[in-house]
Design a protein around this ligand. Sequence first.
Ligand SMILES: [Zn+2]
Length: 133
Amino acid sequence: MTIAIAALLVLGALLYTLIVRPASLPEPEILSPFRHVDEAKARIYENLRDLQFELRLGKLSDEDYARTKLDLQKELAKVLADADVLKEELGLQTTMKAAKPKAAEFVCPHCAKRFKEAMKFCGACGKSMEAGV
Ligand SMILES: [Zn+2]
């Protein structure tokens, strides 16, 4: 009886960890890289607005305004380029995942290793790829 209860508890603990994990883990991984980019963009846009405000108030000379604006625009371009690289990397990862499960057509009769091309001898065990040899 005690063994049965212990087994149930272990099974319950295992099921709990297996069920909770997939739901709680992937979310922060997907959100964090783009949240960083969005924050950087928001900060630069805010700086640009402040800059225009200061120019209107007469706190800033046209020259200073132009120079600071150019710096901010360069920074924005860099952030946007980083975001594009990030998107590409994520896109590559998903396409690689999609392409992976494609089954190879040639199977070694001796070790069951799969190959994309037809071969005389198995690349894994070195035996003939023809059955019964
Ligand atoms: Zn083989």
